[in-house]
Design a binder for this molecule. Sequence first.
Ligand code: PLP
Length: 414
Amino acid sequence: MAAPWAHRYAQRTKTAKSSIIRELLKLTQRPEVISFAGGLPAPEVFPVARFEKACHRVLQTQAAAALQYGPTEGYRPLREFIVGHMARYGILANVDNILITSGSQQALDLIAKLLINRGDRILVESPTYLGALQAFDLMGAEYVTVPIDDHGMQTCDMEEALRSGPKFMYILPNFQNPGGVTLSRSRRDQLVALSDKYGIPIIEDDPYGQLRYEGEHITPLVVLDRTNLARDDGYKLGNVIYLSTFSKVLAPGLRVAWIVAPPDVITKLVQLKQCSDLHTSMFSQMVVHEVARDGFMDDHVKLIRATYRERRDAMLSALQDYFPPEVSWTHPQGGLFLWVNLPPRVDSSQLLEAALRHNVAFVPGAPFFAAGDQGSHMRLNFSNAQPEQIREGIRRLAIAVAHELEHRTAAVMV
Ligand SMILES: Cc1ncc(COP(=O)(O)O)c(C=O)c1O
């Protein structure tokens, strides 16, 4: 007799939903669809030749280690590389502060397991990264939200949210996913001061920090937490756990990312990671190290920035040319996304259906809101299509938007 599985699923799985983005990506596989939906890097900038050489070299010189089980903390030379890399951004961590994870998504999952009890409140930006909400939901999180504007999270209005006693804050300071906005320096200063005043730690998720196309780099929260609050404990304590990844600067298929945290927290995370996957693939880590080292990653990031800046500009100018005046959008200084605000009468899920009929796709805004549906937004990705496709895709999308606006106006008048 076949076992009935569904009623045996654990309670926690009841909140687990398939990410709408993953589902959408399936729909957008049709070659005629121009997709602004996924957060996919451009495959044209994957450094394939360098990867080929790196794989060959790793197998030629270190096959036994690459194909063997490895330490949960990660491949030490890669952790050392990350220490050097981050020091240039002012993050003066040590190897003991670093845990390699299988993507930042695993980092979010481990942090959720580490910190969230069922019913704990987490403070998140509104909107925020859908993948983090998925990981937090699974642990039974509830939310307090703080809205964003063009300068990132509105820190001036957040004391009430902090007084409600969130367990931690989850913040995306650079080129936020999905909003595309960046937290200003003055708000960062305010945020670390508030975090200290209320004793509420921050998870700083920074996958896009290096992908800046205009303006000056802004100091990460993990650094401000030390400098502003004069912590001189050598990264042993602190209110900020910092996450970053090789997904957007080398290739997401490798699944290699890292967490920076006080050593005690790393020890605990290591125990949790052991339950999850023992360690991140040694082969992937060694290949990443081989590819990234000797200054290659810095040169490569310059190429990515130039490519994505052109694509962002193509999207901004097409939006300007084709979209109606009732629609507004953010002007991201970096990253992969911009965020479109539609008049409230437009339901962006219905707009997506119309857009797919015109062979163009985007992600509707609703799933990025932790505290309930807000249906009049679109997230547009500009990294994964060529500039001329972007222009054509925005032209098609504008037709769907105009049609939907007309339709909704007519519906209101009936
Ligand atoms: C804000 C944010 N955090 C984490 C991730 C996950 O990245 P990774 O590929 O390292 O798992 C993404 C991916 O798009 C993201 O946008």
